[in-house]
Design a binder for this molecule. Structure first.
Ligand SMILES: Nc1ncnc2c1ncn2[C@@H]1O[C@H](COP(=O)(O)OP(=O)(O)OP(=O)(O)O)[C@@H](O)[C@H]1O
Ligand SMILES: [Mg+2]
Length: 238
């Protein structure tokens, strides 16, 4: 579904993503982990075409990531919601529906707003919503078009426990429908039993790529260790 080959992204004074390669299979949920500044958001923003890559190749379902064919195949939920203060949640969904030509959008929108407890907020201006509510609207916007590939940058931040549970359930359902999910997160408990695979980044490099057992095998005496324990061990500075 997604192929990244020798991707490098340099900013003026640093290499944020350093020659990384990976492939995401259809139907998988893949967690992208790593300390602050590891390069997770830069990787995702380069995949979705918001940042220009320095070098490397990115294809989505066989199409170059910046092509229109590729853009129709994915949706992206940014780490900070990018919403219009003067539109309501429902108007955001309507806007996405028109932009992506979503059929039955009203039924899908009702369902998403309901799942995220936004039913009674759908006609309020976004500027009047709480931080977590804005995050929920941003997630609903990402879910509405029903694409093949989802790229979520820290979607659980600021969500209440019910919305976190709902999001995990949605991820499971989407993957059962053959959709691919790439999700960066620091909430390791919330993805421990959800991801088929975890990728750990540090200083722009992928230092682990595999299932949790692969990660466990890299560390001595790690039987029974949680994902958090394993993460801290593998990312610690020597
Ligand atoms: N627009 C930018 N200009 C210059 N440097 C940037 C820019 N965006 C990110 N960086 C740098 O790139 C590196 C990776 O940042 P990135 O945002 O990808 O990290 P992250 O893994 O998403 O971290 P976090 O967990 O804090 O969200 C950092 O060193 C950061 O300072
Ligand atoms: Mg980030």
């Amino acid at each position: 579904m997604l192929k990244v080959r020798n991707l490098t992204k340099e900013f003026k004074d640093n290499i944020a993503v350093n020659n990384i390669s990976f492939t995401l299979e259809k139907g998988h949920i893949v967690g992208l982990l790593g300390p602050n500044g590891a390069g997770k958001s830069t990787t995702i923003k380069t995949i979705v075409g918001l940042l220009r890559k320095t070098s490397g190749e990115i294809t989505i379902a066989g199409n170059p990531n910046t092509s229109n064919e590729a853009k129709r195949k994915f949706s992206y939920v940014p780490e900070v919601p990018e919403l219009y203060d003067m539109l309501t949640p429902r108007e955001h969904l309507q806007f996405i529906a028109y932009a992506y030509n979503v059929h039955n959008w009203e039924e899908r929108a009702d369902n998403l707003l309901e799942r995220y407890d936004l039913g009674d907020k759908q006609d309020k201006l976004v500027k009047e919503l709480s931080k977590g509510m804005k995050q929920k609207v941003s997630i609903c916007c990402g879910l509405l078009p029903d694409p093949e590939l989802y790229l979520f940058d820290e979607p659980m931040i600021g969500l209440d426990p019910k919305a976190i549970r709902e999001t995990k359930l949605l991820f499971k359902q989407l993957s059962e429908q053959g959709k691919t999910i790439f999700v960066s997160t620091h909430l390791l408990d919330s993805i421990e039993n959800l991801c088929n695979r975890v990728m750990v980044m540090k200083n722009g490099n992928i230092i682990v790529d595999g299932d949790i057992e692969t990660l466990r095998a890299m560390i001595r005496d790690s039987e029974g260790a949680s994902l958090e324990d394993l993460f801290l061990e593998v990312t610690k500075d020597e």
